[in-house]
Design a protein around this ligand. Sequence first.
Ligand code: SF4
Length: 531
Amino acid sequence: MPEVVLTCDWTMMSNHNGKEFLGFGTTTPALVLPEAAYRRLFYPEMKTDADGHPQMAPYGLRKVEASLIDGGFDARIIHPSFLSRYMPGEAKVLLISGHDYLALNPPSTTFAGIMKKEPLNRVNFMRMMRQPHVVEARRRGMKIIAGGPCAWQLSPVTRQKLGWIDEFVREIGGIDTVVEGEADLYVREIVGKALRGEPLPEHVIIPPKEAPKVEQISTMRYASVNGLTEIGRGCCRGCSFCSVTQRPTRWYPLEKIEAELAINRSVGITDGLLHSDDVLFYGSPNIMPREEKILPLMQMAKKYYEHVGWSHVAVATLMTKPNLLPKIHDILCTGSQSWWGVEIGMETGSPRLITKAMPGKVAPFRASQWPELVVQAAGLLNDNSVYPACTFIVGLPQETEEDVIKTIDLFDDLWDFKAILVPMFFVPLGHLEKKDWFKRDMVTERQKELMTRALSHGIRQSRDLLNVFFENKEGFSGRAYRTAFASFIGFIEFIAREKGLMSEPKRDSRTPIESPLLHPERIPLPTIPVR
Ligand code: SF4
């Protein structure tokens, strides 16, 4: 019986039907259809053993669990439906984690703002914390420590700004400590204090300079959701709205990554994701991809997984060495794999906004080249069977109407791009954390046009992508998945048409997407030396 229990809510303790991208569905409210239908589509129940140990758990939680076990603590991740076995009673400390506890991050804020209803992630997190056995354990003295990428949502600062969060925290009996930052090492200190009954700090922010070194980061003990395996941490591009950029860049050696791939494979995971804030930077000390580092990593991943996907990559990184992607394609798209997915922060179509808010995003190119780079990167990606989810930010403090028009123009240029374009309301993070949230009632007509264009593009492309997406699900289950999701897309289209939220490119002559491999002269390649 563990005395330290780690958990997260049901929307996170799921493999999202084997497709990490479907996790986005947990950031929407349950509209018209019952919550159970959304659960089936986007966050089906995770399998567990009889004691509530999940077969897979979110990667970040696995890292904290491993650190505690390595530090000699009796700690385990428990499925949220099994918490009543451990509390009130054995569990002395409850560690909670999440990506977006209270739906304050993009894209939850965007969906909640438009649909005027609480997103599923918030509903499920609050439900988990309000379970009578959790509240009773808390009343009897169980310590609660909150962490994860969205820990800031429960911090005293946010609670002061948003009274409803403060009310919720009081209702569940309070949270002892909120920890922001990379807590791989600190978690042992705070849990030790909690078990010894020492006073706990209300709020801890671990500064980037205290981020753990590679050799101090534990190797996970049990499998992660969708075989997600970290290859490194940090990003050097310096975007003003991003908190990742404040951390030092660190890359794991191949052996450390391989150990985690092997753990995932040992429980039968065949499709997995490599995670970093820019996978193509693997092993690089600067903004130039290192072919001699990235290709061996892909080859190794392919030894363990039949289907390898990536978490994130940047447009400029792709375009810095455009000949690298076909080589990676030839390694990954073998056997049963014919494509892969990745998330890309495209953010805007405006070179002006790039210069103002994210100059590092475009390096080593010029900001004026940004829309052209994005269109060519789209061609490069699709030519090499990569079908991404591309995020855009709406409502940055520096944004003007002209910037929004440029993004709409870019969407029109990407009309035939096999991808999902995801506009997200600005949330004050990173260097902009003191700015205000962007809210629904602040949406201008032009921003509304941008959102409807993205929605129309998404509905159009997602029908095509459905077959690709579920290509490895054969027989009845494959047909059932395709039918269920096709019906869901049809349902979204119906609602969008009813509400006048569909729109098409207005310009007659859209820029065709062209591969830079066919037009290498169009983007001058950088001359930054590789160190
Ligand atoms: S490129 Fe992405 S991860 Fe890096 S700083 Fe910018 S937004 Fe953050």
